[in-house]
Design a protein around this ligand. Structure first.
Ligand code: ATP
Ligand code: MG
Length: 235
C-alpha cells in the first residue's frame, strides 16, 4: 500500500518556481532516499509535503487522502513528521523539556514514553538536564529525531541528518533509523546530499536535479553502477 505519493508537485517562493512537477512515492514499510546536490529543491519538497510551504500545486496523497490543502497542524496530527535541516530544537530548554514539549503537542503521548527515546539514544538520558543548545551537533540531531519519534509518526521525513556530523555519530543515528524502520515498519524518506550514506540505508532512491526527479530505482543498483550519480554530480 502507498503511504505517500506526490503527483506533479510544483512549489516555489514568491513566484520563483523550485519544484517542477515532482512525483515521489513511499510504500508501507519502505525507507527511501531523495538525493541531490545543494539547492536542487530537496528541502522545498519536504516542506511542501508538511505544508510549511503552502503555495503548491499538484497532489499530495497520504494514506489515500489528498492532503494538498491541509494545514501544517492537520498534517502533523495525521502523523507526518519532519526532522528539519536546522533540527528545530529549543536551545534554552533542557533535553528532557524538549521531549516534554513534544508530548504536549502530540496527541495521546504520555511523558512515560520518553524513556523509549532514552533507550534509543542513551546519550540523551545522560544529558537530560542539560540545555539542548549546549550539546554537540550530533546529540542535537539525536534529540531532533527523538522528538519526532516520540510523537509515534506514521511517516518520517529526515532532512540531511548527517550534515556536519562525524562518521561514528552518523552511524549511531543511522542505526536507530534503520532499526526503527525494520522493527516498527515506520516508512522513512531520507533526504541527503550524502548519496553513499543514503543509498546504503535505503532500498529505493530518487535523484533530484533542478527541482525534477531525473532517476528512480534500486539503491543497490545505483551503488553498483554509479554513472548516473557521477553524471549528475551527486557524488
Ligand atoms: N525561503 C526561501 N525563499 C526564497 N528562495 C528559497 C527559500 N528557500 C529556498 N529557496 C531557494 O530554493 C532553491 C531550493 O532550495 P532547497 O533548500 O529546497 O534546496 P536543497 O536541495 O534542500 O539544498 P541543500 O542540500 O543545500 O539543503 C534554492 O535555489 C534556494 O535558494
Ligand atoms: Mg536542504
Amino acid at each position: 500500500m502507498t503511504i505517500l505519493s506526490t503527483e506533479n508537485l510544483l512549489a516555489g517562493y514568491d513566484g520563483a518556481a523550485v519544484l517542477h512537477g515532482v512525483n515521489i512515492e513511499i510504500k508501507e514499510g519502505e525507507m527511501v532516499a531523495l538525493i541531490g546536490r545543494n539547492g536542487v529543491g530537496k528541502t522545498t519538497f519536504v516542506k511542501s509535503v508538511t505544508r510549511l510551504i503552502s503555495d503548491t500545486h499538484g497532489n499530495i496523497n497520504f494514506n489515500g487522502t489528498n492532503i494538498s490543502n491541509w494545514s501544517i497542524h492537520k498534517v502533523a496530527r495525521a502523523g507526518i513528521r519532519l526532522v528539519p535541516e536546522n533540527r528545530g530544537i529549543f536551545p534554552k530548554l533542557t533535553v528532557y523539556e524538549n521531549l516534554e514539549v513534544s508530548c504536549l503537542y502530540a496527541q495521546n503521548i504520555n511523558k512515560s514514553e520518553i524513556k523509549n527515546i532514552f533507550r534509543l539514544f542513551p546519550r540523551l538520558e545522560e544529558r537530560k538536564n542539560l540545555a539542548a543548545g549546549l550539546m554537540s551537533g550530533g546529540e542535537q540531531q539525536m534529540l531532533s529525531i527523538g522528538r519526532a519519534l516520540l510523537a509515534r509518526p506514521k511517516l518520517l521525513l529526515v532532512d540531511e541528518f548527517s550534515e556536519g556530523l562525524q562518521p561514528s555519530i552518523t552511524k549511531e543515528i543511522a542505526d536507530v533509523l534503520r532499526e526503527t524502520n525494520q522493527q516498527e515498519g515506520l516508512p522513512i524518506l531520507l533526504v541527503e546530499q550524502n548519496a553513499n550514506l543514503a543509498l546504503k540505508m535505503t532500498t529505493r532512491a530518487y535523484i533530484m536535479v533542478k527541482g525534477q526527479i531525473i532517476h528512480t530505482g534500486s539503491s543497490e543498483e545505483l551503488l553498483k553502477n554509479d554513472q548516473i550519480l557521477k553524471e549528475n554530480l551527486v557524488i
